[in-house]
Design a protein around this ligand. Sequence first.
Ligand code: HEM
Length: 455
Amino acid sequence: MQPVPEIKGLPFLGHALALKRDPLSFLMGIQKNHDPIALLRIGNFRINFVMTAELAKYVLQENNKNYIKGRAYRILSLMLGQGLLTSNGDFWHRQRKLAQPAFYKQRLSLLVDTMHDESQLMVERLKKEIPENSYQTIAVSKIMMETTLMIVTKSLFGTFINQDKIASISKDIDILNQLASDRFSNPVSLPLWFPSYWNFQFKSSSKRVAGLIDEIIETRRSALQKNPDKEFNDLMQMLITAKDEESGEQMSNKQLRDEMLTIFIAGHETTAVGMSWTLYLLSRHPEVMLKLREEIEQVLGKEGKPSIENLRSLVYTMQVIQEVMRLYPPAWAVTREIVTDDNLADYKVSKGEAVMISTYALHRNPKYWKDPEVFNPENFSAEQVKERPGYAYLPFGGGPRLCIGNNFALMEMQIMLIELVRNFDFQFIEEVVPEPLVTLKPKGGLKLNIFLRKL
Ligand code: HEM
């Protein structure tokens, strides 16, 4: 066994600056010359960057117990508590078992209407902004974020939250996100008890968000007490009533709060960013847009409503979404901490070090993709998928920690896309580059010229 090849970095800082300034180009450059593995550093923190589907499969699935959620998720847990995304071991396993049924496909079918209603409201709002027989330049990222925020809010809480509360919660979440992002790339950060401005901001935003969610849980619990048979077809209901099969135990208020906050945060920015990139790429590829429209019209007619059954027939629509998330995976990196010394292929890795899989780099590794920089939905035709190792494409991660919301997200993106391409044409304005914060955002936001289509 040999040591992992170390990439030369700055004294003390290691690769902190490169990872902060332009991580995507930095990682792609390393992948070009050091496939399958290279060692990076942020200060003393050692990160094994793995670049192949085989190693990703080993870490996320085959030996997943030795690769747990570490530093990055500890930072996130300052914001999310011990929810599904950030917890480990038996606690995570129990929570996953409790939450999983809420995301079964037949349960999700209850949310199709919510997704469709919110997509139609988005269309109506957009229509108001576009003058007749002309177009309007629209800040697309913002609209996508507002829509996915409404969808996740209604899916989680039903009607148990009002607009003001949504606005307040999302403002605080923006602050938390920004502060967490800063912490990721800083080699040293102050402990939370230290009376810094950062810590003060962080704590007051966290407290407000937690207070609001607690309030919603309380209101629901008392509604259920008054009327125990009432069916609220939302995720909160599933989580509140979920029972451990063996022990009969249910989630405490604190666990509920952490899970709901996790789903709330994990469940809207990722999808919004995915949708922005979808419209960006469609504006650059009118031939794909044409084919997409043809399929939607063939399956649903001009105004037909999506359902869980007919969404399955929108094969090309799904290929487009998959290809968008190949080039611009909203979760652009997944990291783990090594529990005990191990070997990754022929290389020795040690306890306490990190492993990083960059989906952005993996999805552009020429080993698995012909013309990796080209947008081509045919990459997801049944034949091509069969020929590729499964772990070459990981927009939702893999193994037992696979995204619990993957079907939710794909359904939501299909429904939003149907309504958008039916009603509008999208004109490309200028090139946008990706900015890897917690999610992979279009830098500076995405603007497109939007035209009304005559149905
Ligand atoms: C396009 C949209 C989405 C993308 C790209 C995405 C991506 C991911 C990825 C990569 C992971 C695994 C992280 C890791 O292994 O370290 C993950 C986990 C998770 N995601 Fe998503 N996600 C999306 C949408 C959603 C939605 C809509 C929800 C909820 C409604 C959600 C909830 C979660 C949760 C709770 C976890 C943690 C699962 C566990 O470890 O048990 N995600 N997501």
